[in-house]
Design a protein around this ligand. Sequence first.
Ligand SMILES: [Cu+2]
Length: 169
Amino acid sequence: MPRPASAASHAPSRRSLAPGRFLAVVAVVVLGLVTGATTASAHDTLASTDPADGSTVAVAPAAVTLVFNEPAQALGSQIRVIGPDGSVVSTGDVVLNGASVSEHLVDSRPAGTYTVAWRITSTDGHPISGSFTFTATGAAGPAPHGGDPGPHGDCRRERCGGPHHVVHR
Ligand SMILES: [Cu+2]
């Protein structure tokens, strides 16, 4: 009586559920593939820098250090530091130490904003790159102004292109 009818009415509904489940399984599989692909192609990531991005320091340090989540490869890894006057102040090859990569700066490091542009070869061989800046409030290294850095805080390139002792008063 009503039993077969209800059984019959259940059958189609169960059958219509199947494709939904199938789609759900497909969705999970696809999601898994996408997630897996993302993980597989993930490169090293920058964890921290010294000086920190956007930070202000008393003087520009003798070296900048970038710390990644994994050790980088020396081949192709490069850190270029541009000084306040636009000249390159980084010198020598990068120094790899575990997951950190350092680059030395020249002795004379004036006050101002420094830009660190880096390109590192990931553990998987793929290059990653980025840049950050920091600002030094004072000059480091041999003082080109005869040890009188005070009045040169507002030193502008157009005024200080030549010998600063002469330009400044
Ligand atoms: Cu990669």
